[in-house]
Design a protein around this ligand. Structure first.
Ligand code: TRP
Length: 453
């Protein structure tokens, strides 16, 4: 059993060390599991929601694609693509939008936060809120549902969005699934052990705090960033407390247990902060030095990157294109050609299979019907009725009753009659023996059953 793992990386900004430890590294490790079928993509449509600077969007897509490959993502084994290269995603977004309750999206954290901020400063609640921001969870649901992902590794802030994808998928299944499920309902996975790295100032490393360590900056930039890590003012030789030092926490995210134990002991023994920073720099160089070279090679060859991503998109569309075709069928966006085919097919079926009631008028002005099997064999001849509409009513009642509730009475083994509400309605032909009569009753029941569906 393989598990399909899918996650998106919003392409705003340049990856930093926190992204690497918190998302990139664990995702690449997970993708190497032989039971994993990994889909990783650049969520560049999502990026448009937050950013209207085309240069920045473009640059970030390039940098993030190069980062993942440089860090060891295997684009052959996984499916690695840009969201915007899969037009099926936007189409699915609309199909899902049409089954998504607005009230569901009103509750989305990102939207609510914007509204709350507006209210605080006395603005219109929706000031500055685009439909992109409001509908963000539907686009994300399309990303996930399109590929029937089982597991979606995300940060805590995204759990709600994955749950919304479940709700939306379930609603679509319910409306159009007819017993079969179109969408797998995804599960959010939040890695408990994954490090949330502190930034230079000890708060969570984040672009918005301007406290990041660049992942693939030059060696010089890395050194400068580490020099800016805030420490306490203990002098060289004074014991340092590893557990209250975020420099130590940073070191921990990349060290082996032995390295970490050695570092702790040295800090307790009075290692100077300058030395400690030098050790962290060395550790990061070992972890990232080679990847940085690969990164620089990749960034310098955008055409190669383009080829890799196009191959990924082709792989993803092999799934997305036929699947979207099925969904369009299900909701009633079908070629008229397919209607003609299915009408012709069902017409043929009826002509070939159906039994029928044929009514006629006797010379005395009264009405009767014959019930004929599909092959034209007469199964019943009705008693006469004064009301011409009785024929239609009776045939409808018989079909509605179904084969098992028909009241058939056999007399002396030669003929049977059909009764309804205590009245004899019709008689069979006369048969040669009881076996032939039994068989004819069975044919009658089958013929009625055939009309019911
Ligand atoms: N919204 C996610 C984030 O900001 C990125 C994302 C877009 C995503 N589509 C996704 C994550 C689908 C998981 C699955 O982190």
């Amino acid at each position: 059993m393989t598990t399909r793992i899918l996650t998106g990386i919003t392409t705003t900004g340049t990856p930093h060390l926190g992204n690497y430890a918190g998302a990139i590294r664990p995702a690449i490790v997970a993708s190497r599991d032989p039971h994993a079928d990994s889909f990783y993509f650049l969520a560049d449509y999502h990026a448009l929601i937050k950013c209207d600077d085309p240069e920045r969007i473009q640059r970030s897509r390039l940098e993030i694609a190069a980062t993942w490959l440089a860090c060891g993502l295997d684009a052959e084994k996984t499916t690695f693509y840009r969201q915007s290269d899969i037009p099926e995603i936007t189409e699915l977004t609309w199909l899902l939008t049409c089954v998504t309750a607005k009230g569901l999206l009103n509750r989305a954290h990102a939207y609510k936060a914007s509204v709350d901020k507006n209210l605080e400063v006395g603005e219109d609640p929706d000031a500055g809120v685009t439909m992109g921001l409001f509908s963000y969870p539907v686009l994300m649901a399309a990303d996930i549902l399109m590929f029937n992902a089982n597991k979606v590794p995300v940060g805590r802030d995204q759990i709600q969005h994955v749950e919304m994808a479940r709700d939306i998928g379930q609603r679509f299944n319910h409306l159009f699934g007819r017993g079969s499920e179109f969408f797998t309902l995804p599960e959010a996975v939040v890695e408990a052990e994954v490090a949330t790295l502190p930034g230079l100032d000890g708060r969570k490393m984040s672009k918005s705090y301007d406290n990041t360590i660049p992942l693939f900056g030059s060696a010089r930039q890395l050194k400068d960033a580490i020099a800016r890590i805030i420490t306490d003012s203990r002098e060289p030789g004074e014991p340092k407390d590893p557990d209250s030092s975020h420099l130590f926490t940073l070191y921990q995210a990349f060290a082996t247990p032995e390295q970490l134990a050695g570092f702790r002991a040295d800090l307790l023994a009075g290692l100077a902060w300058g030395e400690a920073k030098q050790r962290l720099l060395q550790l990061l160089e070992n972890e990232l030095g080679e990847a940085r070279e690969r990164y620089q090679t990749l960034i310098a060859r955008p055409l190669d990157l383009e080829d890799i991503l196009q191959a990924g998109a082709a792989k993803a569309r092999k799934i997305a294109t036929p699947f979207l075709g099925e969904l369009r069928e299900a909701i009633g966006l079908r070629s008229f050609r397919s209607d003609v085919h299915s009408q012709a097919a069902s017409g043929r079926k009826k002509a070939a299979k159906a039994a029928r009631f044929v009514s006629f008028r006797e010379t005395d002005g009264r009405f009767r019907f014959r019930f004929l099997a599909a092959d034209g064999e007469e199964l019943l001849l009705s008693r006469p009725f004064d009301d011409p509409k009785a024929v239609g009513r009776i045939s409808q009642r018989l079909i509605a009753l179904g084969p098992d509730a028909l009241e058939l009475r056999a007399d002396e083994g030669a003929q049977f009659s059909l009764w309804l509400d205590g009245e004899c309605m019709a008689d069979s032909p006369v048969y040669a023996d009881p076996d032939a009569l039994e068989a004819a009753m069975l044919r009658l029941r089958e013929a009625i059953a055939g009309l019911a569906d």
